[in-house]
Design a protein around this ligand. Sequence first.
Ligand SMILES: Nc1ncnc2c1ncn2[C@@H]1O[C@H](COP(=O)(O)OP(=O)(O)OP(=O)(O)O)[C@@H](O)[C@H]1O
Ligand SMILES: [Mg+2]
Length: 580
Amino acid sequence: MGARTEPEPGLHVLVRGYRSAAGLTQEELAKRSGLSLRALSDIERGRTARPNKHSLALLADALELSEPARARLMAARRHLVAEVGCRESAGDGDGPPVAMPRLLPAPVRCFTGRVAELRVLNDLLEQAGSRSDGLITAITGTAGVGKTALAVYWARQHLAEFPDGQLYVDLRGFAPDGYPLPSAEALGGFLEALQVPSGQIPATLDSRQALYRGLLTGKRILVLLDNARDPAQVRPLLPGSPGCVVVATSRSELTGLVCADDARPLTLDLLTFAEAHELLAARLGADRLAAEPAATAELIALCARLPLALAITAARAATRSQFPLAVLAAELRDARGRLDRLATGEDATDLRAVFSWSCHQLSAPNARMFRLLGLHPGPDITDAAAASLAGLPRSEARRLLAGLTRRHLLAEPVPGRYALHDLLRAYAAELAAATEDEQDRRAAIGRTLDHYLHTAHAAALLLKPSRELITLTPARSGVTPEHVADHLQALGWFEAEREVLLAAIAMAAETGFDAYAWQLPSAMADFLDGEATGMSRPRFSAPRWLPPPASETPRGRPRPAAPSGRHTAGSPTTTRHVVT
Ligand SMILES: Nc1ncnc2c1ncn2[C@@H]1O[C@H](COP(=O)(O)OP(=O)(O)OP(=O)(O)O)[C@@H](O)[C@H]1O
Ligand SMILES: [Mg+2]
């Protein structure tokens, strides 16, 4: 008899051994690796038939294993998978073997908020039973708003309702390399997870789809299709069977899926202030926030309540635990530098990279419109003003704005008025500075100011036909001032554009368009006087009046009187001019 070699310990023994050697409890290792405690405990008890390669890599990282130890772990996994494969092909059931796939990624650390959205998802799940083709939910929203975080967190709360497993794929719809995952490849991955031997995975999309649908018939499986580019990429991955639930996430609206496939839409908005506060508190500790409430509020505002930005900022604050939050807030305050400070150098969390993934997908006219929007003073813009900004016909501007809105690079919080959230505005402005030459940028700013000045001028005349006229230089080519028909429309226009006009005045002063810096307040004067005397509906205080430089005052004409009303203090900014 030859020397007996000790059999290699099983995967579960190895993981347990490496963990105790590292002096970690299960809880500590789970936390470090991002695996759920349940998943780790299942692996250690040998209850996971096919541990996910990715999960083991996370464990190996968290345990800081050497290369040989890591290789040993992976070899043990291969051994286990081969063993299970043999048992299954020996056949202990009726149909083809379908192992329980558990592909969900780890949940985000310290998930917070989203109570209403979780309730909507729960309600939809309750109704799922009545559908013959399975429930499809489309979670959409801007980059970094928390679509994946919500979908994964929700899915993990409902594991028991999907006893046959959970499939997950990142469809890379907005990947930096511009190559979304082909549906056939995603299906190949699913079939592999469903234990179809690789030699038996068919070559074509149609036959892969047929096999996939067949395997899922009668099963209760959750399919999470993350980061979808469009409905066409999603459709082949729909199981179409009653027990299955599909959750797709995308930065695009996925309207086609809602219309043609009866998907239920769930649009994610930015966090509320309270949710954003909760997110920071969960990561930095409530005490640290309580010690600096003003700096905390400023950080939240500077991050525009965008979860990704808050998470990046929290990570910066956590690694600088001795820094006062006020210092971090001061760093972030400069909008031009803000994106640099938020950059982590890592594609998945670098805000600039995240936004750029969305932008690389845009057609050239859409991308130009996005950049130019970064030059607009905000806080929002109509299609008419966007047409002048870009020097395009209004119908074309409307089409481009709709395209950007579909991709969540722009929001339409009020019908017909489009807004960029602050970080996207900073990014768009940065792109404009880098891509548009100085002359084009000034031309776009000039067209925008012309648009507001010429429309305001016409509207002012309708408010008070007897007003003394100033002579305007003709609008630049490409400007299409709005048609305001009567007194009521003029009032409505001023009310709707009030904040934009105030921001435009400041922008004119800051960018050297001095004539507009006094002509616009002059055109607004009667409207603001009306507000102050109660003729129109006053909402905010009047702007700080910007006097024209002496060289700009028309000869022989008195300087326009400062509009009455409460005046703002401090210097105006280009984003908001509302002083309450
Ligand atoms: N509810 C939440 N609680 C705590 N952190 C969150 C929450 N939502 C998002 N985050 C944080 O924000 C980051 C970005 O979220 P997530 O990746 O889910 O955004 P997304 O909308 O899927 O972005 P993308 O369009 O790039 O796919 C997460 O990694 C996480 O750190
Ligand atoms: Mg995502």
